[in-house]
Unconditional design. Structure first.
Length: 275
């Protein structure tokens, strides 16, 4: 049973040099507020497996791309699953937590996703365009992503990469959920400035779009970010479903927005610990 004040191991890389984002600032803010309800310690992702047994749950936050500490993450995940350790977000996520295969699966199932294939024999399924985006299946944070012309695709679509048409979108928008409840949405009105975000007024149709992916992922607890782009036809297309350690851009919210998010996360953690 959790202690009267639950003990949380909060996994973060405060020094990770994220482009356009300040991981450390966000996690210092969150942990300073979560300490009202929880006994809490911070650790680097490389240390999580060795420390987690002393805590009631592990909260994985801005820990950087797993590629930077793959062995440590694999060891943590294996040990947590074997010991039944409570991990927030739970390790059953089907989206980025498990790699990029979900983009292929959702595309094949007819979800509103940027069309995606991984093999040369499937290139005909993509719409013709002058540029295509190729990225590693196990990539993150735009690592290894490149833009190429159609003639380069047969050699690159070898099952280890994802191939998508380059979409001339109007803007990108992100929807931030705690459990299954939308907390806020932010968008980048300038496509070339991904992390210069502003509040976005959602429509019921937007919420329906984003919630469809959260429902598909099936996580009962945790924080998820649904990233989408506004395509030339005016519809939203999924870019990414981040269910491992989504950056929250809390600095783009006002005080009331940050307070509301912290309150929602605190309630979620209490429900999660209560089982």
């Amino acid at each position: 049973m959790p202690a009267a004040r639950p003990r949380l191991l909060y996994v973060t890389d405060l020094a990770y040099p994220a482009r356009g984002r300040r991981y450390g600032d966000e996690d210092v803010l969150l942990t300073s507020r979560l300490r009202t309800d929880f006994d809490l310690a911070l650790c680097h992702p490389r240390d999580a497996a060795a420390l987690m047994d002393a805590f009631d749950a592990v909260v994985v936050r801005n820990s950087g791309p797993v590629l930077g500490h793959q062995q440590a993450y694999d060891a943590f995940r294996e040990r947590a699953l074997s010991a039944g350790t409570r991990v927030y977000n739970p390790l059953t996520g089907r989206a980025d937590m498990a790699g990029k295969q979900y983009l292929l699966d959702l595309s094949a199932a007819g979800f509103p996703v940027i069309p995606t294939v991984d093999r040369a024999e499937d290139l005909h399924r993509l719409p013709e365009t002058d540029r295509y985006v190729v990225k590693p299946k196990l990539g993150a944070d735009s690592i290894g992503m490149r833009t190429v012309t159609a003639d380069a695709l047969p050699a690159l679509a070898d099952g280890t990469t994802l191939v998508q048409p380059r979409v001339d979108f109007a803007y990108e928008v992100s929807f931030y959920f705690v459990d299954h409840d939308l907390q806020y949405a932010l968008y980048a009105p300038h496509p070339d400035r991904r992390w210069q975000l502003e509040p976005y007024d959602v429509t019921p149709r937007d919420v329906e779009f984003a919630r469809r992916f959260v429902d598909w992922n099936g996580l009962a607890h945790g924080i998820q970010r649904v990233d989408a782009c506004r395509a030339p036809d005016g519809e939203l297309l999924l870019v990414e479903l981040e269910d491992l350690n989504p950056y929250l851009s809390l600095d783009a919210l006002d005080d009331a927005g940050r307070d509301a998010f912290v309150a929602a996360m605190t309630r979620s953690l209490h429900r999660f610990l209560a089982g």
